[in-house]
Design a protein around this ligand. Structure first.
Ligand code: 5AD
Ligand code: SF4
Length: 480
């Protein structure tokens, strides 16, 4: 067994604690000359699982390694540092990681100097860290979501004695780090964090434990980041938070999400989006700001999770189906072309078929443009995971398929309604399936494929939709 140097270990109990205090620090660590010498021109590989917050974290990690003059590679076989940036939100996300760690054993055997790191939400769970430490002794560095700013320091420690593994996973989450390096994955669209963590503690969700307490970045730091993106020619910025609507609650500055959104819109970035909204925190002044600015996309991701009041209550969601539907109506009254998407969990413990049908009914009442559906996955340490569940997986799977077919009716119909109309589309790149075709995204996050020159990538062009499928559309370029 290799030695382990433990700087900090995660704890679900500590992850649950919510203190008032938030400290903002400026990042300033300088890598040692030895680290620079050992890693200069070497290759790094990062694989990210899960949500946008993880993608944004990947960009910070890439920024650190670029500053060491390392080169990014997309093939793990060529890596000198490999990072697995993990997700814990459902069991299948974790299983994927467990499956893929195995392949690094051979790579380590081939390249003795390969440094294998694991970070992200999975390692914020004590039972996962115990398992990983025991089962995969070729993982060299473990660091948590609250320890990203220490990554270079951890590399510095590790290279002093490569036989010792390093574990630095904290569950204390009062801090915000500004000034961290960033290497963006895209040259034309970007995620900008506005809050970290979550205080909602929905009973099924592990995120409040893995990402810690909710804390808002200072508005000026956010605006500076957005302004720089605009100056660099970015076409789209997405403001990120587990619950963007609670932005500013911890700042005592009187600034709320509507104010922040308006200030960002005023910078004049061509497209502004935000993720994720929490129904009962969504305020009327946000509707007014979205309506007022053409560059705020008329698209709202508004997770409902369930359409049954009894299930919503057990989930700890703080609204009823009636309140959710009333909010959708209120938004549509002011912004008739608003496209809605949602997250829905099927098979919460003991969900009855009647309760499930209420979800299916709500789904068809809202008329979603897109939807993300999940089968409930128990997460160790959450209140829901302690419930005895009398519904078997097969039944849940059947309901899941039933819900998907209900949702697909509206998703297809809304796609069909786009046929014959012209939409500004942000061109993202070559289509994944056909290399002669470009793909782009309309205001409502719908993907449109069309013929066009590669030089259009990263630009917003007008596309007339000529054909619709459930999950994508086909269009043609319209002359300006
Ligand atoms: N099981 C299934 N889905 C979950 N989500 C969060 N926790 C769980 C869980 N334990 C879903 C929710 C959330 C989305 C990001 O993931 O729908 O909105
Ligand atoms: Fe999880 Fe609920 Fe927070 Fe979303 S709002 S991250 S579902 S606890």
């Amino acid at each position: 067994m290799r030695k382990i140097k433990t700087l900090d270990l995660p704890s679900i109990e500590k992850g649950r604690i919510r203190s008032k205090c938030v400290n903002t620090f400026l990042y300033s660590y300088e890598a040692s000359d030895q680290l620079f010498d050992e890693l200069r021109n070497k290759h790094y590989f990062i694989r990210t699982y899960g949500c946008q917050a993880n993608i944004r974290d990947e960009e910070t990690l890439a920024g650190f390694l670029n500053n060491l003059n390392m080169v990014r590679v997309e093939n793990e076989n060529e890596a000198d540092i490999a990072i697995l940036n993990t997700c814990a939100v459902r069991e299948n996300a974790e299983d994927k990681v467990y499956g893929e760690i195995g392949e690094f054993k051979n790579l380590k055997a081939k390249n003795k100097n390969l440094i294998l790191c694991i970070c992200g939400c999975m390692v914020e769970q004590p039972h996962v860290v115990d398992f990983l430490l025991e089962k995969f002794d070729y993982i060299d560095i473990f660091f948590g979501t609250h320890n990203i700013q220490d990554f270079i320091k951890l590399l510095d420690i590790y290279i002093q004695d490569r036989s010792t593994r390093i574990v630095d996973i904290s569950s204390k989450s009062g801090d915000i780090y500004e000034n961290l390096p960033v290497k963006r994955l895209s040259e034309f669209k970007a995620f900008v964090n506005i809050t970290y963590g979550c205080d909602k503690f929905c009973t099924y969700c592990i995120v409040p434990y893995t990402r810690g307490k909710e804390r808002s970045r200072d508005i000026q730091d956010i605006l500076n980041e957005c302004q720089k993106l605009k100056d660099d020619g970015y076409q789209e910025v997405t403001l990120l938070g587990q619950n963007v609507d609670s932005y500013g609650k911890d700042l005592d500055s009187g600034i709320d999400f509507a104010h922040l959104l308006e200030e960002v819109a005023k910078l004049g970035i061509p497209r502004v989006r935000f993720l994720t909204s929490y129904p009962s925190d969504f305020k009327d002044n946000v509707i007014d700001v979205i309506a007022k600015y053409d560059n705020i996309m008329k698209y709202l991701h508004l997770p409902v999770q369930s359409g049954s009041n009894s299930v919503l209550k057990k989930m700890g969601r703080r609204y009823t189906r009636e309140q959710y539907l009333a909010l959708v109506d209120k938004i549509r009254a002011k912004i008739p072309n608003m496209a809605f998407s949602t997250d829905i969990i099927v098979g919460f413990p003991n969900e009855s078929y009647e309760e499930f049908l209420e979800t299916a009914d709500l789904a068809s009442k809202v008329d979603y443009t897109s939807a993300f559906t999940f089968i409930y996955s128990p997460r160790k340490g959450t209140p829901a995971a302690r419930l005895v569940d009398n519904v078997d997986y097969e039944t849940k799977n059947k309901r899941f398929k039933e819900l998907v077919s209900v949702l697909e009716k509206d998703v297809s119909k809304n796609a069909e309604n786009m046929v014959g109309k012209v939409y500004p589309v942000l061109v993202e790149g070559l289509s994944k399936k056909n290399k002669d075709i470009l793909s782009g995204t309309a205001y409502n996050m719908k993907t449109i494929h069309f013929k066009g020159d590669l030089s259009l990538v990263g630009k917003i062009v007008n596309i007339k939709v000529i054909e619709s499928h459930t999950y994508s559309l086909i269009g043609e370029l319209v002359d300006e």
